[in-house]
Design a protein around this ligand. Sequence first.
Ligand SMILES: NC(=O)c1ccc[n+]([C@@H]2O[C@H](COP(=O)([O-])OP(=O)(O)OC[C@H]3O[C@@H](n4cnc5c(N)ncnc54)[C@H](OP(=O)(O)O)[C@@H]3O)[C@@H](O)[C@H]2O)c1
Length: 236
Amino acid sequence: MNNEEKVCLITGASSGIGYAIAKALNADGYKLILSGRRAEKLNELRSAFTDILPGDLNSTEYQDFMEDHIYQKYGKCDYLFNCAGTLEVGTIEEINIDKMTAMIRLNVESTFRISYKMLKRFKAQGYGHIINISSVLGTKVRPTAGAYAATKFAVEALSEALRMELSGTNIQVSCIEPGLVMTELHKDWKVHPKESMMINEPLNVNDIVNAVYYILKQPGHVRIPKLMILPKDHHI
Ligand SMILES: NC(=O)c1ccc[n+]([C@@H]2O[C@H](COP(=O)([O-])OP(=O)(O)OC[C@H]3O[C@@H](n4cnc5c(N)ncnc54)[C@H](OP(=O)(O)O)[C@@H]3O)[C@@H](O)[C@H]2O)c1
């Protein structure tokens, strides 16, 4: 299949990792459905190949709208990139409980819901690929990151269950586990984790794009269920 024939839904496309993946795939001619709340950021990616569908991923109506749009316009979807996510930190005792539950809603519930929805479509069409952006914190817990890690452990569980449930089919799942990447995720932090974790050179979004292309370029008989990518100084 040529790139122009491949249809991708990218959540979290208005910033950071999702934006970078969208920019790269856009340049390569993939057909893209781009999701995020900030229309002005999504509009920076507007091209002949992009459908800009701003909205809140926590809304089931919005998820239904995106699904209907894709299948009415293209009749298929090849890739779902689950990039939307947020990060709330603090000890379990002191974390802002309302922000924490909002994070769980987006990182877990909305990710499961859109995956559930698109999986049914992938089953009907007989192929498809879900690419989840998890985290190194989907594999280990750190103090003050327990709640965020819990959301990423959930993404890992989703991915691992799907890997087994979909074995032998042409539907696959890949879970990327980045360490620290320079994006807007930590923009409100008083001390950036680059300083507190003593990481001189964090990952940049293109490192994650390279990981995505590694996954996309594999032949049909190969599966990449997990791919951890860390900065050189990551020491824990
Ligand atoms: N940066 C890192 O160090 C790092 C490391 C490991 C894993 N990750 C994971 O990578 C993923 C992407 O994060 P990032 O670093 O690229 O952060 P980012 O720059 O803050 O991007 C987050 C994206 O999620 C979207 N989003 C947030 N709430 C949303 C909502 N309610 N509805 C729809 N979209 C929503 C944002 O769009 P709007 O604000 O426009 O809605 C934005 O596009 C996340 O799952 C994160 O956990 C990041």
